[in-house]
Structure formats: C-alpha cells, structure tokens
Design a protein around this ligand. Structure first.
Ligand SMILES: NC(=O)C1=CN([C@@H]2O[C@H](COP(=O)(O)OP(=O)(O)OC[C@H]3O[C@@H](n4cnc5c(N)ncnc54)[C@H](OP(=O)(O)O)[C@@H]3O)[C@@H](O)[C@H]2O)C=CC1
Ligand SMILES: O=C1OC[C@@H](O)[C@H](O)[C@H]1O
Length: 394
C-alpha cells in the first residue's frame, strides 16, 4: 500500500521578535525527529511591522526558505492568498487587533499567550472565528508536550486519586541591588502599553497547570469556573510585579494556587534544587513537575502507599541534527494546528475556546483585584484595522 503523504500547513509569521524565531526554528525541524509523519510545516511568508528588510534579516537568521514572501506590514501578510494560518507573535497588547486582522482576512490563527488583555476580547475573537469557520487557538505550547498529556492521563485514570489541590509557580528573579527590576520601563515585561506584568506573561503558565489538572480533566458537564481571589504588588510602571491567585472550585472541593512574580525565583539556582514548580495533590498521592512550568523536563509520582519509592520520568525535547540540533518543543502545538486544519476542526480539544475564555476571565479578575489597569488602546474590544497596533505606527 502506498504511504500517504503528510498534510502540509503553510504558515505566515506575524512579527520577527524572540518567540517568532524560536517557533519558526521549531517548525523547520524535520517532524520525523519527533516521530511525526502525518503533518509537516512550511513558512511561506514573514511580516515585520517595521520593514521588509527586517523580515529578510529574520528569514536569514532562522535559515528559513528563500521562497518565503517578505512583507513590511501585517496587512500585506494577511492578504497573501498562499498563507493558510497566521502565527501572531507580537506583544500581548497587540494580540486582539492582530488576530482579528488575520481572521477578518479569512486566515486561521495561532496566537501567542496571553491570548488577549481582556476576556471580552477573547470572546470577540471566538465569535469571529466561529462566524467565518476558521481555526483559532491560544499558543499555550506547554499543553501539547507529551509530559502534559501523560500527566492529564494519570489524573483522569485516578493514579493519584481525587485531585484536590494544585500549587504552581512560575517566577523569575529579576531584582537588582538598587531595588528596581532588570527591565527598562519600556520593556514588554513591565510596560503597561505592551500589557506588561507577571500575570499575563508568566502567571498564565501557573494557571495552565491549575486548569489542566483541576478543570480540563473534569467531564465537560462538570466543568466549573473558579471563584478567584488574588493580590498583586505593583511595580513603579503600574504593572504587577508579583501576584498570587487562588482558584476555588467549590463543587469539586478543589483549589489551585497560581504564583507568579519577577522579584524572586521558583528555581533560584537553575538546577531545581528548591523542588518542584508544580505539585498536583490527590487523595492517593502527588505528581510533582520539575520546572520551569512553561517547559518542564521531569515529573515524579509519589504514591501514598508507595513505601517511599518515587517514580521519576524524564521528558525529552527531540532535536534535529540536520537543523543545528534545534528543538525547543513548540513543534507539538504547531502539529496540533496542522491536524485541526487537516480535519476541519476550528478549535483544539487540548486548548478549547471555552477554557481560554475562562482563564482570561480568571486573569482579568486577578488583575482587577490587584488594582492593575491597562490603557484603553489595548483593552478595547472594538476592532480597528487601522489601529496603530495593526499598522505598526508605534
Ligand atoms: N510561548 C513562549 O514560550 C513564549 C511566548 N512569548 C509571547 O510572545 C509574544 C512576543 O514576545 P517576544 O517575542 O518575547 O517579544 P519581542 O519583543 O522579542 O518581539 C515582539 C515583536 O512584536 C513586534 N511588535 C509590534 N509592535 C511592537 C511594539 N510596539 N513593541 C514591541 N514589539 C512590537 C515586533 O516585530 P516586528 O517589528 O517584526 O513587527 C517585535 O519584534 C508575547 O505575547 C509573549 O507572551 C514570548 C516568549 C516565550
Ligand atoms: O512565555 C514565556 O515563557 C518564557 C519566558 O521567559 C517569557 O518571558 C514568557 O513570555
């Protein structure tokens, strides 16, 4: 029998910053290096809001195909008939306007986390995707790791009994001796105009662990939005520099604690000496995930009746020797997009629209309780193709 050829998805890349390079290098790796043969990826166009020269420098940097179209505007990218799906890799402040620009142009969308700045913006994107029969997904890559899938399976199979609590932390030590953070005030990590702050950049991962262990694993009819209690410390820019979010799921008698911050680190020495980044606690035992929460390398299963024995599972991120030994782990979410497009699915079961909305509502509530407010330009849910967020006139 003849082998079926892989389904090829044609990507258009919106923005040329750090994560765009990481993602593109991943999708340029040979899928066979991770045991995948049913889908493959092509980069057919790259756009920069600053210039087409910047797009050209980007494609050179990632050793991308010379056939890729190079655009000096996001509008040109979304108008390219050869592009199937747009990867939105701009700062979170821009996601709503940029993703809507692509959906309006009839493109499927994979949008970086945090999906948007407000829950109302996510809802508008979902409505548009539904109305136009387009695929849309928040790029929470961590959900697609074999490690995450395995842990969700362990939970649903009852391996650690009924899960009543998850504690997850993603925090970096960016403190300087003068009391400031290491980022200039204009940097996207702390700049309110770019939706800066710990929650939207890092807290989303702590919440990912809370949600994928206490919410996603529940039967559809029993999914329960959390009661949210939160507190933030504000940085001098007005962004949150440290936030703690308690998610209470009363019907399930469970609680999630999502910690995030830029003052002290989850992993102070970079060797996980301080212990797990995530603890998933059930009646029959506990799963511990060794950080960082966005890209863990190991988990442990500690059983209540395990007699002191701990199962330790290492998790690999396959590399491609033909592409400078590259392989970061973003290819798995890209493979999921390809399969959804191939199968005509508008949303992924692993990161469904309803869950993105509930998580965004959780973050919005936490930020409100922490007294964090973002400018109108980036919180509006009114789409404007000529918004400076779409035209690049910063
Ligand atoms: N999944 C993951 O592991 C990670 C995800 N991210 C997410 O990706 C997004 C981008 O982050 P990252 O790549 O680190 O950011 P960078 O600052 O490195 O890049 C952002 C890019 O967005 C474009 N852009 C458009 N307008 C602006 C503006 N006003 N200010 C700055 N940049 C602008 C620029 O590209 P151009 O000039 O070409 O238009 C710029 O290079 C964020 O939402 C972040 O949360 C980030 C890191 C890791
Ligand atoms: O998504 C992310 O993961 C890694 C962090 O370094 C980065 O700030 C964040 O955007």
């Amino acid at each position: 029998m003849a082998a079926t050829s892989p389904y090829t998805v044609k990507w258009g890349i919106m923005a040329t910053g750090g994560i765009a390079a990481t993602f593109c290098k991943d999708i340029l790796t040979n899928p066979e290096t991770r045991g995948v043969s049913d889908v493959r990826h092509e980069i057919v166009a790259v756009s920069s809001s600053s210039s087409s020269d910047r797009a050209a420098a980007f494609i050179k940097d990632i050793k991308g195909p010379s056939t890729a179209k190079l655009y000096g505007s996001y509008h040109e990218l979304v108008a390219d008939p050869n592009v199937d799906i747009v990867y939105v890799a701009t700062p979170h402040s821009h996601h709503f306007q940029n993703a809507m620009l692509a959906l309006e142009a009839g493109k499927h969308v994979l949008c970086e986390k945090a999906f948007t700045v407000t829950a109302s913006q996510v809802k508008k994107l979902v409505e548009k995707a539904k109305a136009k029969n387009l695929f849309l997904m928040e790029a929470v890559w961590t959900r697609f790791f074999p490690l995450s899938i395995k842990i969700r399976e362990l939970i649903t199979s009852g391996a650690i009994g009924t899960v009543h609590r998850t504690i997850a932390d993603l925090s970096f030590n960016s403190s300087q001796p003068d009391g400031n953070l290491e980022f200039p005030d204009t940097n996207r990590m702390v700049n309110l105009d770019l939706a800066g702050g710990a929650v939207l950049d890092l807290g989303i991962y702590s919440l990912t662990w809370v949600f994928q262990t206490l919410y996603h694993t529940q039967p559809e009819a029993q999914k329960e939005a959390p009661r949210v209690t939160a507190a933030s410390n504000q940085y001098r820019t007005g962004a949150d520099e440290q936030t703690t979010i308690i998610c209470q799921f009363p019907q399930h008698k469970s609680m999630g604690v999502a910690l995030t911050g830029l003052r002290v680190a989850t992993d102070p020495d970079g060797h996980n000496t301080a212990g797990p980044a995530v603890r998933i606690q059930g009646t029959k035992g506990e799963i511990q995930v060794m950080g960082p929460a966005y890209r863990p390398g190991q988990y442990k299963v500690i059983k209540k009746d395990g007699g002191g024995k701990v199962e330790v599972v290492e998790c690999d991120y396959p590399k491609d020797p033909a592409r400078d030994n590259w392989g970061h782990g973003m290819y798995w979410e890209a493979d999921e997009c390809a399969r959804c497009l191939r199968d005509g699915r508008l949303q992924s079961d692993s990161m469904p629209w309803s869950e993105s909305i509930t998580i965004m509502e959780t973050m919005e509530s936490a930020l409100k309780q922490g007294g964090i407010t973002y400018p109108d330009l980036i919180t509006t849910d009114v789409y404007d193709p000529q918004s400076p967020l779409n035209t690049g006139s910063r």
